[in-house]
Design a protein around this ligand. Structure first.
Ligand code: PEP
Ligand code: MN
Length: 356
């Protein structure tokens, strides 16, 4: 895929590209007051949910098309661009009719290929930036699939929004970041703009600065942050919204590290990493060779491939060892699980061949 820029005329290409505004458009007064204050602080793109996908019925489901008139007023009176979430064909028609500048697809919608295809088909022939939030589940392919559906419909001004992933476990985050997933997206599509949504990742306003800084350090292009004139009274997501003033302070505190130049020192260190990676690969291949010998032994002695007790011991023992060596036990466990998976696969190949 070859993406075109999502930067609209007059938007500074400097990081971060900032989109802000309330979770939901509630009243004309709330929308106008929030918009006026954030515009005065230099924000150029105003977000507001008009149709809200709620987990259960009965919650505030958005004002609907009526609110699109307020967004038109925001454009007219503040000069900001506007962005809304669309989930159906009707939403797309309505948003375009009222001159919305940027569309985004919410996490619940991205998880549903039928809905994404419907939006893509409706947008065929329209030139508008579309931002796609990650699906609620940590599946990079589903995220890529949604991007492809839009791209195949001729939408080339695409961006991705990382809003974290749902989890049943209680966690400091509302949606766990799992940064490796947007990083994988970046690895595959170098020129796809990546925007972080610290509001939905954190779920609490005091986490927004930290998550935004992490996103900047991971070279994200932009931030979408929920702001509200009176956050505590917000009709949706009140705990995670910030006042226009707090937004200004968050943005002013961010440290943007933009140096791309490789220093001498860094190239020496990178050389060391290359060497260590080589040694790691050689060690791994040695380990696999021993593993295959064990497989051969098991075959000759009629033993099964999987020996659960031994595997449990290895995991526990190595995780403890790893922690003593300044690594997270969880990380060491994951690495070993992957190595074990490959060992088992190789031993199964030996059994299979013998069976033929
Ligand atoms: C939102 O942006 O208000 C929203 C509903 O987010 P998400 O789709 O990430 O849950
Ligand atoms: Mn929200």
């Amino acid at each position: 895929m070859n993406f075109e820029s999502i930067l609209l005329p007059g938007i500074d290409p400097k990081r971060p590209l900032v989109i802000s505004g309330p979770c939901s458009a509630e009243t004309e007064e709330q929308v106008m007051a929030t918009a006026t204050q954030i515009a005065a602080n230099g924000i150029k793109i105003f977000r507001a949910g008009v149709w809200k996908p709620r987990t259960k019925p009965g919650g505030f489901e958005g004002v609907g098309s009526e609110a699109l008139k307020w967004l038109q007023r925001v454009k007219r009176e503040t000069g900001m661009y506007t962005a809304v979430e669309v989930a159906t064909e009707k939403h797309v028609y309505e948003a375009l009719k009222f001159g919305v500048d940027i569309l985004w697809i919410g996490a619940r919608t991205t998880a549903n290929p039928f809905a994404v295809q419907e939006i893509a088909d409706t947008l065929r022939g329209v030139d508008i930036p579309v931002l796609i939030k990650n699906p609620v589940n940590p599946d990079v392919e589903l995220w890529v699939g949604a991007l492809e559906r839009l791209y195949n419909a001729g939408i080339t001004r695409l961006g991705a929004i990382h809003r974290g992933f749902s989890s049943a476990d209680k966690n400091v985050y509302r949606n766990i970041p799992q940064w490796h997933i947007p990083i994988e997206l970046r690895r595959r599509f170098r020129d796809l703009p990546l925007i972080c949504d610290p509001s939905h990742i954190g779920g609490k306003r005091n986490l927004i600065l930290k998550i935004s800084q992490q996103a900047m350090d991971l070279n994200f292009d932009g931030l979408i942050i929920e702001s509200h004139i009176a956050p505590d009274e917000a009709w949706s997501d009140s705990a995670q919204q910030v006042t226009p003033l707090a937004l200004k302070e968050i943005l002013a505190s961010l440290i943007i590290r933009d140096t791309v130049q490789t220093t001498e020192d860094l190239s020496v260190l990178r050389g060391q990493i290359d060497e260590i990676d080589n040694s790691l690969l050689e060690l791994l291949s040695k380990r696999m060779r021993v593993s295959r010998e064990i497989g051969q032994y098991k075959l000759e002695h009629g033993m099964p491939v999987l020996q659960t007790v031994r595997y449990d011991e290895i995991l526990k023992d190595r995780a403890e060892q790893g922690e003593k060596m300044d690594m997270s036990g969880e990380f060491v466990k994951k690495v070993l699980e992957n190595i074990h998976e490959e060992s088992v696969r190789q031993q199964l190949v030996i059994m299979e061949k013998a069976g033929k």
